[in-house]
Design a protein around this ligand. Structure first.
Ligand code: AMP
Length: 116
């Protein structure tokens, strides 16, 4: 695949570049962020390369639910019993830099609000 959705995350899915993978199933992959913003910072991505949340369609609704439940599963696996934050940066104003939709799971410290 070489279209605009073939990002660095697609290469991680295909195991062409290394990543610290903490969970994988048929639909989703979770791996540690290269530049962690919290003691636990894991990215949860769909294997299907949806560029951004704004591009998700009604047929993706089961996948979207699966991704959220994967966040919960990984958070439990990581022992985040005191809470955590889930972030989806979307598009330019959302601060998205990799155009393969992903959920950030951040935990292991207290979070402030509002985000920057
Ligand atoms: P966003 O700014 O929401 O698009 O988030 C992209 C995230 O991907 C950033 O937090 C980066 O640190 C992370 N990232 C980029 N390349 C890699 C990589 N090869 N392995 C793990 N995380 C990465």
């Amino acid at each position: 695949m070489s279209d605009s959705t073939d990002t660095i995350f697609s290469k991680i899915i295909r195991k062409e570049i290394p990543a610290d993978i903490v969970y994988e199933d048929d639909l989703a992959l979770a791996f540690r962020d290269l530049n962690p913003q919290a003691p636990v910072h894991i990215l949860i991505i769909p294997k299907q390369p949806i560029a951004k949340l704004a591009d998700a369609e009604s047929q993706d609704h089961a996948l979207m639910g699966h991704l959220l439940l994967t966040v919960k599963r990984v958070a439990e696996q990581q022992g985040l019993t005191n809470g955590y934050r889930v972030v989806i940066n979307t598009g330019e104003d959302g601060g998205q830099t990799v155009y393969h939709m992903h959920l950030h799971l951040l935990g292991g410290r207290s979070m402030s609000w509002p985000p920057g």
